[in-house]
Design a protein around this ligand. Sequence first.
Ligand SMILES: [Mn+2]
Length: 356
Amino acid sequence: MTRLEKLQQKMAAQELPAILVTAPKNVTYLSGFTGDESALLISADAGWFITDSRYTAQAAVQVKDFTIVCHQHGLYQEAAALADRGALTTVGIEADDINVATFQRLTQLFSHSELVPTTGLIEQLREVKDAAEIALLRQAIQITDDCFDYLLGYVEAGMTELQVATEMEYFMRQHGASGSSFATIVASGFRSAWPHGVASTKKIEPHELVTFDFGCYFQGYTSDITRTVAVGEPTDKAYEIYDLVLQANQAVIAATKPGVTGGEINDLAHGLIGAAGYGPNFGHGTGHGIGLDIHEGPGAWGIYQKQPLVAGNVVTDEPGIYIEDFGGVRIEDDLLVTANGCEVLTKAPKEALIVL
Ligand SMILES: [Mn+2]
């Protein structure tokens, strides 16, 4: 079954006769198109890919399963005209993607259709990766693993965090990445206690902990890894919190399998760190899904907390401990849920605190 057919099956089950897909990653997922400013109009038995002249040649190569339509007078005008012609009187829209101004415009343009907000229809399909997606995720992750190996021979006290982050991003692009997953985090010393301390002009000082949280996009798919190292021998406390975070990271790996919920995983990691007295120092969730987006379902919080994992989910495992004015440790792996457990996709070393 194609991804389009899977969506049409889901639409039928929810009695949704048509949907306008505007979120760029959802357009990519369903059609194969990697450009932007395009949309899909999908009915029970048809699919139109709407774009403009900048993208028609690219679409002819990339887009499968859809009729390609090149608009002259506006993306949404064309979508509304197609809906009129197809007598689509009810059209779903992606509530998470459409802002209020666009919604008002769509309401005017789709004068013969009722617009129905939907959430998560395509995102739910994206949570279960197929073999082609897993192959691309493996390649994105390989580049980040290689980058970490390179880092171990590169980082020295006296370098600024930004210098290191720039080198990392350059390395990943040299090895096939189209870009980084997010602003690369290099957080040293007191800044390592900031869970999302994006690289700054601060110099890395001897004996400091340094947390690297980074990833890259490879052919549309993203990776996400965190490692903490010490640049010169750190204090005993650094070893203590490193070992605790590692235990939590490994406990999550041991527990991750189909049927377990994100909430259970979250409680396990927080329970372990809490029992050692560092509960208040671990404030964030234990993980999230990755794929076309750096944060996607299934997550370990919010609406996903009660949702059981299934084979084909790819989730992160990222406990951390952050102590203000001292520093912090986070260890993050990417896990592929398999039939009876999980495979750790990230291979970068973590078994003991690395001292450079
Ligand atoms: Mn992450």
